[in-house]
Design a binder for this molecule. Structure first.
Ligand SMILES: [Zn+2]
Length: 413
């Protein structure tokens, strides 16, 4: 299905117009004067830009404005979210989750597929099938794929993905070629963080962290409105901080580090030993803890204490007002919330401000949703040539260079 002739994808607009769209997505409806102030545009320049965006149905007078006031300069403007759709995917070691979202990452359709193999051709074929299924007839503008690995913020390759055993795989070009939609690859925790930032519990906040627990311990970090990837895509390795001289070993051989207590394997391993039951699962640990089992409660308490140390370290270092906890291991660790709180307060600098801790319990659709937000951010901040010159459905394109620092403005992205 083609768009109407009056409508264009986000990426086809110029720099100032895309900046207006970003401001409205991140902050919600704003009047023209406020947009001009935030973007340092003259009233005349802003009028030119907003006229183009109104004419192409990228924005409209806010639906919350009284009827009949749409043309007045003071009327807030908003993005036409439902006319600009993205696809987001989260790839785990054995499943792929896909969603189609509006421009803010709000889910409109979803599906998932099991992976029988982690071979590149098999996983790529599954990803392409899923993109086509959730897209249906909708004219989506971009595809974002989140998976574990050392990817740049907007990457075209999968790099050092341990769960899949992949490195330097040009996945974006393959998916673009098969689906005809510009595609971007991102680290999965940073994608989750992008979704949390634009339309989740951190909406409107410029400084926060997302700490995930599950197979590993992950960190997504937004500072001054920018989602931090680090110089080589590896920012956020917080799982191996040493907690003491003794304790269990982590998967990398450290004794008594955070991951040695906090990962799902660490928790189930500790309870498996106590019960002489090697088939222990995290669900079973939760049932045992709920029934008062001492070993299960101790393992979850140790995990929660380790998480408290991680949060305290982040807040001491970065002065973060909000920390969001997420991941498939979180429901188990939440059972030991008192230990988490006492460990956090016990490790905070006495001059630090106690952060607001939020619990984001979700399935992997939330991670896929975040990848859709990454796709939208990419089209607005660093639109690829194919999306700029050919509207929504461009040829596969190359040349995104992970070593090239972004020249784009950091506003709310
Ligand atoms: Zn370790």
């Amino acid at each position: 299905m083609q768009r109407g002739t009056a409508q264009r994808g986000f990426a086809t607009h110029g720099h100032s117009a895309r900046a207006v769209i970003r401001e409205l997505l991140v902050h919600g409806p704003l009047p023209r004067a406020e947009l001009a102030r935030r973007l340092r545009l003259s009233p005349a320049a802003l009028t030119r830009v907003t006229r183009e965006l109104l004419d192409t149905a990228a924005i409209r007078p806010s639906s919350s404005a009284p009827s009949g006031t749409g043309g007045r300069p003071g009327t807030p403007l908003e993005v036409v979210l439902e006319e600009h759709e993205m696809v987001g995917l989260k790839v785990t070691g054995d499943e792929v989750y896909g969603v189609r979202t509006d421009a803010l990452g709000q889910v409109r359709a979803g599906a998932k597929r099991h992976l029988d193999s982690t071979d590149v051709p098999a996983v790529t074929a599954t990803i392409v099938e899923l993109v086509k299924e959730v897209t249906g007839d909708a004219p989506v503008e971009g595809v974002g794929i989140g998976l574990a690995g050392a990817m740049a913020r907007f990457d075209d390759r999968v790099r050092q993905s341990l769960y899949l055993g992949w490195d330097d795989v040009p996945l974006a070009a393959e998916v673009e070629r098969a689906c005809g939609v510009p595609t971007v690859i991102s680290n999965d925790v940073r994608a989750l963080t992008a979704g949390v930032h634009w339309s989740g519990p951190a909406r409107g906040q410029d400084d926060f962290a997302v700490v995930t627990t599950g197979v590993g311990v992950g960190l997504g970090l937004v500072m001054e409105g920018r989602n931090i990837a680090g110089s080589s895509g590896k920012a956020g390795m917080i799982g191996h901080q040493r907690l003491g001289e003794s304790g269990p070993l982590c998967s990398q051989g450290h004794r008594g580090c955070v991951e040695a207590y906090l990962t799902s394997a660490a928790i189930t391993g500790a309870v498996a030993v106590a019960h002489s039951d090697p088939s222990m699962t995290l669900d079973r640990v939760c049932l045992l803890a709920d029934a008062g089992d001492a070993a299960a409660r101790r393992a979850l308490g140790d995990a929660a204490s380790a998480l408290g140390v991680v949060i305290a370290g982040l807040v001491n270092t970065l002065d973060l007002p909000t920390v969001i906890l997420a991941g498939d291991g979180l429901p188990a660790v939440m059972r030991a919330q008192p230990q988490l709180e006492s460990s956090l307060t016990g490790h905070l600098d006495r001059n630090a401000t106690l952060p607001d801790i939020k619990f984001l319990v979700s399935d992997f659709d939330e991670w896929a949703r975040g990848a859709a937000v990454v796709a939208c951010q990419w089209l607005l901040l660093e639109p690829p040539p194919s999306a700029r010159s050919h509207g929504n459905r461009g040829r596969p394109q190359h040349g995104r260079n992970r070593d090239r620092p972004s020249q784009a403005a950091a506003v709310g992205a």
